[in-house]
Design a protein around this ligand. Sequence first.
Ligand SMILES: [Zn+2]
Length: 327
Amino acid sequence: MVTNEAAALPVAPSKHADPQVCPICGTPSLLNWLAAPDRFHGRTKKYQLLRCSSCSLVWLKDPPSPSEMGEHYGEAYDRAISTASKTSEHWFGRRDAVLHFKASGVLLDLGCGSGGFLSAFKGPSWQLYGVEMSEHAAAIAHDRCGAQVFVGDVLDAPFQPNSFDAITCFNVFEHMYEPDAVLAQVAKWLKPGGVFYTMMPNIDSAATRIFRSYWYALELPRHLYHFSPATLKMLGENSGLTVVSIKTHRELYFETSIRYAVDDLLRKLGIPRKSVADSYPDNSSIPWRAVRKVFRVAALPVINAAASLYGDGETITAVFTKNAASA
Ligand SMILES: [Zn+2]
């Protein structure tokens, strides 16, 4: 495993040094977009999201510093993430998307966690690398598939230019303090013709319009930037990458957003509610689980179909490539 103790030191987030301009396009015209608390943990402190009036990038005003950010993750968050991605089937679709472009080579997964995705490539065709903040998760990833995992911040990773056939980053990019610097690094690390494959929530989605401050993927204050297909394309092209495809997908994730809205209403009526963070493992009563199952089977598809009238899906899947000329 690759380690770097210096990476544990907090790094000043330079993009927030001038809070008066858009960090992507530099436009000095910002809108206070919406304010919301950390609904996952059921906390009350509100965070302000700003929106660029030109490119529509959304980002968190005055985010916690890197040294404070650990307080906003914790065990419940880790449990929720591992519950959401515990099966290998979860990773096969993403693996096949990489295999569509590259049959073998050197793969780097940014924010690789305990190596679920990398393990899907175990075998002689691929050399596996990861970057992960958690030393514990990185050790598990190494044990599972032999991946060389750098523990620390992506920007401190010591990889050489033109090293990777594919770089992936799933639901991690929105957590980064300097997404433009990370993409510039990705462009440097890719071999000419290499692909960058990423997924993240879509701030320009039907679900965002419907649920506003209750949208589960706001994930305040852990998500620092909120992208749309347009702002992600701009960021990639600013880094010298070329878009291969940018698509949005509809997900059946409305349940958490609906729960945030219902819990907020009940709390306002004086009825105490457990936060989502406190609801793992799931100890719900059997009748309530049955109600939820019926809701999932019957109501969610209907809500989902109705949402298509309001806009795009809530997950962006994008593939960029590095042109041979930019080597
Ligand atoms: Zn902008």
